[in-house]
Write a protein that binds this ligand. Structure first.
Ligand code: PMP
Length: 460
């Protein structure tokens, strides 16, 4: 069967039977999805035989790259030994114990326990319930409000979707679940006043939390929740003044801090957890994605001693959990994934080599006529496309130019994601010089092609 025929058939069956996440089904039907059939190292391959450099690590996920046989072998061995058993009814198993011990070693010092799920959304729902349960146990049941940030992405379940701050996720399917408030995100390029320094802006953005705490009444607030770096919101990197000030506010009001490390966990900023990079002390850290490099679903919440102590000291059930909490195969793969990352020094390499290489690569494009700002931290970065560099004027119809650019990347064999008109990347941690050079050449070409497409709309 020719490639084209095979592709047509897969696309047709997909159109008939598959509902995709986060999609406009009408335009998906009209254009058809690209069929990805294989992955190897830093590259994926589509059904037409095209090799594509994956600048998004799947979806912030495949940190050790594709086609890793060691991970497949670990899954195979565990499936033969014990493919599944639950951890509900006074049972446990070796892989979940070994992984928990390892995560306690990698996590910040005040964290020694793990609660598991299978997705980032589940881990955030778990953290929300743990935070509220904690305050009930502490005799302060009124503390239910969780303050997060606009543009945050925390998941798609009703609670995690409500904790997230994306209006397009909120508005179409449900009213917000109760008890969530949202404050500004620390997005200097987009939200600072004229002449406001990043430092001053970082403090202002942090104080938005305090203002909201006071508006709600501190006695009603359970926690602040935030991604150390907003990922799906467009790789928004807080100025240096932001996190120390947020931590001060958390300490001042004695509330909990929930760090959503679903993207930043497992090495993306050159530390196992970004909480360490930013020197914050969360009581709850949620993780998913790269815990297994995406080879099998696994998520969890790293739970601080303060909360665990409260659970231990009270004769009260925490009635929450998932059939697949601590799935043995997922735990075995996560353990092997961590072993590989440690052996190959993938995490320190982000600080020493790959992160600086990404920053250098992006810096090459800051003078391009379409580019308002480039930014990166560790191995996540962004290129903002604007209609006017001087005034930071956006293009009409946000997202249109981002998609044009994304399609040029795709056609040139490279993946970056468009968040409206911001092009974001988060390569796997295994990239070396040749991948950065390849990406750089494609970005140059794709930006030039995009510029040609929108030439009439920009102020040079
Ligand atoms: N939190 C963050 C920061 C995320 O980026 C995501 C997913 N992109 C989630 C939570 C939700 O994870 P999942 O899609 O696995 O439910």
């Amino acid at each position: 069967m020719s490639n084209r025929l095979q592709t047509d058939q897969i696309q047709e069956l997909d159109a008939q039977h598959h509902l995709h996440p986060f999609s406009n089904h009408q335009s998906l039907r009209a254009n058809g999805p690209r069929v990805i059939v294989r992955g190897e190292g830093a590259y994926i391959f589509d059904s037409e035989g095209n090799r594509i450099l994956d600048g998004m690590a799947g979806l912030w996920t495949t940190n050790v790259g594709y086609g890793n046989k060691e991970l497949a072998d670990a899954a195979h061995a565990q499936m033969i030994e014990l493919p599944f058993y639950n951890t509900f009814f006074r049972t446990t198993h070796p892989p979940v114990v070994a992984l928990s011990r390892k995560l306690a070693e990698l996590a910040p010092a005040n964290i020694n326990r793990v609660f598991y799920g299978s997705s980032g959304s589940e881990s955030n729902d778990t953290a929300i319930r743990l935070a509220r349960h904690y305050w009930v146990l502490m005799g302060e049941p009124k503390r239910r409000i969780i303050i997060s940030r606009r543009n945050a992405y925390h998941g798609s379940t009703i609670a995690s979707g409500s904790m997230g701050g994306m209006t397009h996720v909120h508005h179409h399917s449900y009213p917000l679940y109760e008890g969530f408030r949202h404050v500004m995100d620390p997005y200097w390029y987009g939200e600072s006043f004229a002449g406001e320094t990043p430092e001053a802006f970082g403090l202002r953005a942090a104080h938005a939390f305090e203002e909201e705490i006071l508006r709600c009444g501190p006695e009603n607030v359970a926690a602040i929740a935030a991604e150390p770096v907003q990922g799906a919101g467009g790789v928004k990197i807080a100025p240096d003044t932001y996190w120390p000030e947020v931590q001060k506010i958390v300490d001042k009001y004695g509330i909990l801090l929930l760090a959503d490390e679903v993207i930043t966990g497992f090495g993306r900023l050159g530390r196992w957890f970004a909480s360490e990079y930013y020197n914050i002390r969360p009581d709850l850290i949620t993780f998913a994605k790269a815990a297994t490099s995406g080879y099998i679903p696994l998520s969890g919440v790293l739970v601080g001693d303060k909360i665990v102590d409260a659970l231990m000291e009270h004769d009260d059930d925490f009635n929450h959990g998932f059939t697949f909490s601590g799935h043995p195969v997922a735990c075995a793969v996560a353990l092997k994934n961590i072993e590989i990352m440690e052996r190959d020094r993938l995490v320190p390499r982000v600080s020493e080599e790959t992160g600086p290489a990404l920053a250098r690569m992006l810096a090459r494009f800051k003078d391009h006529p379409l580019v308002g700002e480039v930014r990166s931290v560790g191995l996540m970065g962004a290129i903002e496309l604007v209609a006017d560099k001087k005034t930071r004027r956006r293009f009409a119809d946000p997202g249109r130019v981002g998609l044009i650019c994304r399609d040029h990347f795709f056609r040139e064999g490279f993946i970056m994601r468009a968040v409206f008109d911001t092009m974001v990347c988060a390569p796997p941690l295994i990239w070396t010089g040749p991948q950065f050079e390849e990406a750089s050449a494609v970005i140059q070409k794709a930006l030039d092609l995009t510029l040609a497409d929108v030439k009439g709309e920009i102020t040079a």
